[in-house]
Design a protein around this ligand. Structure first.
Ligand SMILES: C[S@@+](CC[C@H](N)C(=O)[O-])C[C@H]1O[C@@H](n2cnc3c(N)ncnc32)[C@H](O)[C@@H]1O
Length: 267
């Protein structure tokens, strides 16, 4: 199986910048969901370790984080970052999530922007929840792109790139609107009282002006022909600057990837 975004240095930069934006949202979410000092937490689809680092901070030295990721290269990078933070309570496991098996039980299973890439996320959540203790928490953050479109007015180029970002992800079998139905998926796995919260960062920064095009570009680079028609975008080499100009001239804010945060408990 391949991962739609791939593992290039450019993708690593994109992921790190995105993670930085979402750190306060994820930390508040995990805290509110009930991740506490002393907990044993399973982080799935750990990437460069950002969620594992947040979880390590919340569980403290008396807790433990087991972080599962399929890319050995990403794990090597994540391990360095965890060491730089001085956390000794994070252990990475290099494995396909669909094949992951572990002894013992967890107080929480967490994941950010991972289930959207899994062909059968319901089956994965059901399998993972078998290692959740009774009363344990499943807490996932997944995008809900369609919900963010309403935040943009009178920005034709930015809106076109936003629509293309969704289209390019769907072409690769990624579900960028999983956040809308995630509660059902958790409940179908036998978890109870699923709650959804929705967060979107709004500002006029260069990063937010450019991210939809960066998603499309990543899909083109790693997927080759995605059958997207980009002719109306004009000269692609000047597109990032034109996006930035459009946002600046309009004097309005634009949204980040809109994130649905969903959590539920094992009965
Ligand atoms: C968008 S990144 C998110 C990383 C991290 N959770 C974060 O929010 O910063 C998704 C990660 O999931 C990993 N991944 C995707 N499918 C996987 C699978 N089936 N098993 C294990 N890891 C997987 C990818 O390698 C990638 O590192």
């Amino acid at each position: 199986m391949t991962y739609a975004f791939g593992y290039s240095a450019t993708e690593r930069e994109r992921l790190l910048a995105q993670s930085l934006r979402f750190t306060p949202i994820t930390e508040r979410f995990l805290r509110d969901a009930g991740v506490r000092a002393g907990h044993r937490v399973l982080d799935v689809g750990a990437g460069l370790g950002d969620v594992a680092i947040i979880a390590a901070r919340l569980v403290g030295p008396g807790g433990e984080v087991v972080a599962v990721e399929r890319s050995a290269e990403s794990i090597a990078f994540a391990e360095q970052r965890v060491a730089a933070h001085g956390y000794a309570n994070v252990r990475f496991v290099c494995c396909e999530l669909e094949r992951f098996q572990i002894a013992g039980s967890f107080d929480a299973i967490v994941g950010r922007m991972i289930l959207e890439f899994i062909p059968d996320p319901a089956a994965l959540v059901a399998a993972l929840s078998t290692v959740l203790r009774s009363g344990g928490i499943a807490a996932f953050q997944e995008p809900w792109l369609e919900a963010g479109a309403g935040f943009v007015v009178r920005l034709p180029l930015w809106s076109r790139c936003y629509a293309l970002a969704g289209e390019s992800l769907r072409c690769r079998g990624v579900n960028p609107d999983l956040g809308a139905t995630l509660h059902r998926l958790l409940e179908a796995a036998g978890l109870e009282r699923a709650l959804t919260r929705f967060d979107v960062i709004l500002n006029d920064s260069l990063e937010l002006a450019r991210w939809p095009w960066e998603v499309v570009r990543a899909m083109l680079r790693d997927a080759g022909d995605t059958h997207l028609d980009l002719t109306d975008l004009g000269d692609l080499s000047t597109l990032p600057v034109r996006l930035e100009d459009e946002v600046r001239t309009a004097g309005c804010v634009v949204p980040s990837v809109p994130l649905a945060s969903v959590w539920a408990r094992k009965p």
